[in-house]
Design a protein around this ligand. Structure first.
Ligand code: ATP
Ligand code: MG
Length: 716
């Protein structure tokens, strides 16, 4: 079959070829980790372009991360050349949604330069609305409202679709009213949140036949990776768009559905065949990624979940090494061990790029960062908003947002008195009052209030200066390159000076961050494009010339693979997370187990799982017991080691009676029967260099302090 097959076909197995060559009609590829789903999807895209079945602009390809989109673009580019440059509709749901919405913003009452709010802005806005509605924010927290509204948006529900029952979920039936107020407020700000990017488009597609027809005809082919993690709103959107040509190809794995907390509906896989009758369902069974031991370990864990669609997986790889399970004393030792292993790997000529450390929650990265910095090991953090979330970055961005979009009240609020310019709460409140009374943006209200005698002379002067500065910067924006503009704004506003004056140890780091921000801007065409990037960005692994170890959450590692993977913190209350244990339901535990499956299957050749006997949580030491998932690893595929005596027998004992997933953990305590023994074990090893206070504080801490071990991740 070497006879003239195009290059992207040559290496594929039969079912993969089928997925690539069945271009017309609906196709569902349902297969386990590492079976080449993404590879097939990429080849399919290349095929459509190579055979000219469609122009680049006629293909809608949805990836789960921006990084995945970039990789797909690169790979396809190697086959078909520059055409990929013109693939406007290759990206994440959010990126594609934003691009579409900018074209039709006026249909939902926005302007095309709308701002995309992040969670922080969203919360602040909701707080204001809650107060304005005369509700006690302590009783009805903004976070709760935000969660509800996000949930509704994920389901594709606009305020008018909220029924009494749903509305009842907040403030005795006022949920709908606040959702409505929130949407109205967003419109006034010319802003939307992430959920709106799709929800507004959904509204437009449902109400405007012309726009619907335009896209239905345009998208001759639709492809979706990681289909198991689409939410209802995404699903409805896809279904609408695919109705005309019905050439839709979705690939996914029910065992890797790990975003139900964000509204993902694994049922979308099952609905596919109903919505698209006659769909070709293709199964891939050969895993090309991992060694048999790794695959067997992952399969052993996931076998404990019920209600799976079930899949066969095999690999032609050599047996390779067993999965290593390493018990260590505490968090610092865990970081030290991982550091040593990596240095050995490097010493033997291995590359740091081949290694990933996967954590359950974002905050777990710090221990490794500290360690790697101290031993001079290059690392990068992937996923989340780490860089752009820092306070100084957010402040700087707020200045830029005000310049870019004068109606951006939230940004204006953030900077109105940062650095401190003698504008008290009273003065700011007066500006708010005027803005509300007149229904105008804060910026405009600030300018107008200067003409009155509402303010003290001092406040008036300060506000006058700020308003004048902003007008001047906005003028400058026309002729100055945007990075230069940013630099000047930060200087002239006194923001840079504020940090220079500060003597704290982290001020220098903050200044470096600000320089880095300006540097980052250079990569974008203009300020608008840069701000768009910031609101969409998920991974900030910038310039990757030097080899680096990757540290990231399991969620962010979805779809990726590494030769060596360290899975750290496999302890009850860390992984599975305390939150999952507190919720107590089987569903959340099973989602944790799918995460474990995703984690293990990221490894190609070497998988090392670590668990520590002691953790410092919120400044206090507490004993931990190994994760139930450690106990679920098939013994014949693992090699267990412990830096403490009795390590393996301990967790084997803990998890021997594993039939009932809750038998070991009393709900809400996070402690199983082995907990007492874990403490005793702690005592055995309590040498002089060890931290001994652990045992005492563990008792009093209980699990309360842990309830915050959160997902800590947002991926768009
Ligand atoms: P996941 O479920 O984790 O997203 P996946 O099913 O998308 O996995 P891919 O990432 O596409 O799997 O492929 C896994 C690995 O197998 C990649 O390194 C890929 O290059 C390789 N691979 C895929 N198909 C083949 C093939 N036919 N022959 C050889 N290697 C392949
Ligand atoms: Mg994939």
């Amino acid at each position: 079959n070497a006879s003239g097959d195009p290059p992207y076909i040559a290496g594929l197995n039969a079912p993969q070829r089928q997925a690539v060559l069945t271009t017309d009609g609906p196709v569902l590829v349902l297969a386990g980790a590492g079976t080449g789903k993404t590879a097939a999807l990429t080849a399919r895209l290349a095929h459509l372009l190579y055979t000219r079945k469609a122009w680049p602009s006629e293909i809608l390809s949805v990836t789960f991360t921006n990084k995945a989109a970039r990789e797909m673009r690169e790979r396809v580019g190697r086959i078909v050349g520059d055409v990929v440059e013109g693939m406007p509709w290759l990206g994440t749901f959010h990126a594609i949604g934003a691009k579409m919405l900018r074209r039709h913003a006026e249909l939902v009452g926005l302007q095309s330069n709308f701002t995309i709010l992040d969670t922080d802005d969203q919360l602040r806005l909701m707080k204001q609305l809650i107060t304005a509605a005369d509700l006690d924010e302590k009783r009805w927290p903004a976070r709760q409202l935000a969660g509800l509204i996000d949930g509704w948006k994920n389901k594709g529900l606009t305020p008018d679709m909220i029924d009494a029952g749903e509305s009842e979920l907040y403030a005795n039936g006022r949920g709908k009213e606040l959702y409505t107020a929130y949407q109205t407020r967003l419109r006034a700000l010319n802003a939307c949140d992430f959920g709106d990017l799709l929800l507004h488009m959904l509204t437009i597609l449902k109400t405007d036949r012309d726009v619907l027809a335009l896209y239905q005809q345009r998208f001759k082919y639709i492809m979706v990776d990681e289909y198991q993690d689409t939410n209802s709103s995404q699903y409805l959107w896809l279904r609408l768009l695919a109705q005309s040509h019905k050439n839709i190809c979705c690939v996914g794995d029910d065992d890797q559905s790990i975003y139900s907390w964000r509204g993902a509906q694994v049922e979308n896989i099952l609905k596919f065949e109903k919505d698209f009758p006659g769909a070709a369902v293709i199964k891939l069974e050969q895993n090309y990624r991992s060694t048999p031991h790794i695959l067997a370990a992952a399969s052993g864990v996931i076998a404990n979940n019920g209600g799976r669609l079930g899949k066969t997986l095999w690999t032609a790889e050599d047996a390779g090494e067993k999965v290593e399970v390493l018990g260590v004393w505490d968090g610092p030792e865990e970081a030290r061990r991982v550091g040593e292993e990596i240095e050995t790997h490097k010493f033997r000529g291995g590359s740091l790029n081949d290694i990933a450390i996967l954590v359950r929650a974002q905050h777990q990265t710090r221990e490794f960062e500290d360690r790697f910095i101290s031993i001079g090991l290059n690392y990068k953090i992937v996923g989340g908003f780490r860089f752009y979330e820092r306070a100084e970055i957010r402040d700087a961005l707020a200045y830029l947002r005000v310049i870019n979009q004068p109606a951006d009240d939230l940004a204006f609020e953030r900077i109105v008195n940062v650095p401190k310019r003698g504008l008290g709460d009273k003065a700011v409140a007066k500006v708010h009052l005027l803005a509300r009374a007149e229904g105008i943006p804060l910026m405009l209200a600030a300018a107008r209030i200067l003409d009155s005698d509402e303010l003290t002379p001092q406040a008036r002067r300060s506000l006058g200066n700020l308003v004048g500065d902003i007008a001047r910067w906005r003028d400058m924006a026309n002729d100055l390159p945007h990075p230069e503009l940013a630099r000047q704004i930060l200087d002239e506003s006194g923001y840079t000076a504020m940090w220079q004056a500060e003597k704290s140890t982290d001020a220098a780091g903050r200044l470096e961050n600000l320089s880095e921000l300006v540097r980052a801007m250079e990569e974008y065409e203009n300020l608008g494009a840069f701000l768009e990037h910031v609101s969409l960005v998920m991974d900030n692994e910038a310039t990757a010339d030097e080899a680096k170890v990757t540290i990231m959450t399991i969620h962010a590692a979805k779809g990726l693979e590494y030769d060596t993977v360290f899975l750290v913190g496999w302890e009850e209350g860390v992984f599975p997370s305390q939150r999952a244990l507190d919720e107590g339901g089987l569903a959340s535990l099973e989602e944790e187990r799918r995460l474990a499956y995703v984690a293990i299957t990221r490894a190609r050749r070497r998988c090392v799982i670590l668990h520590a006997a002691n953790r410092r949580i919120y400044g206090q030491w507490t004993s931990s017991i190994p994760s139930r998932f450690v106990g679920e690893l098939p013994p014949e595929h693992i090699e267990a080691q412990s830096s403490m005596s009795g390590g393996e027998s301990l967790w084997r004992a803990n998890w021997s009676e594993r039939a009932d997933p809750f038998a070991h953990v009393e709900r809400g305590t996070g402690r199983g029967p082995g907990w007492q023994r874990a403490q005793t074990l702690g005592g055995v090893k309590a040498g002089p260099s060890r931290v001994v206070e652990s045992r005492a504080s563990a008792v009093s801490l209980g699990n309360k302090g842990r309830s915050d071990v959160s997902l800590g991740l947002r991926v768009f």
